[in-house]
Design a binder for this molecule. Sequence first.
Ligand code: FES
Length: 124
Amino acid sequence: MSIEPLIVTTEVLEKPKMSTYRRHLLVCTGPRCTTNGESQDLFDSLGAKFKQAGIDQGELRVKRTRASCFATCKSGPLLCVQPDGIWYYNVTESNLDRIIQEHLVGDRPVEELIFHRGASHEDS
Ligand code: FES
């Protein structure tokens, strides 16, 4: 029985870069919590809305990411704000504007739109 030589890779991977951020907004764009693309439209509007609110850069910068399913597939669009651990439902355009102004800018979560609070909410 022969022993194969150990192949050691010398490839050096480039470390990804990411700008610092205050909060991370996750948007479900999966097919079950909205049926007509409302969640994708909402996600697509975030860049301009964040810029207008002054949270696209600087101390309050909010990073945004699409998710394919939170396993809570109803009454969308659904959002999650981390590290606050706050989950929102029924995020229409006007409700999104409230979440941006009251929560992401003003640090006051919009209570009537919250459907779940994660473990870290007491720290926020
Ligand atoms: S498809 Fe949106 S939570 Fe499942």
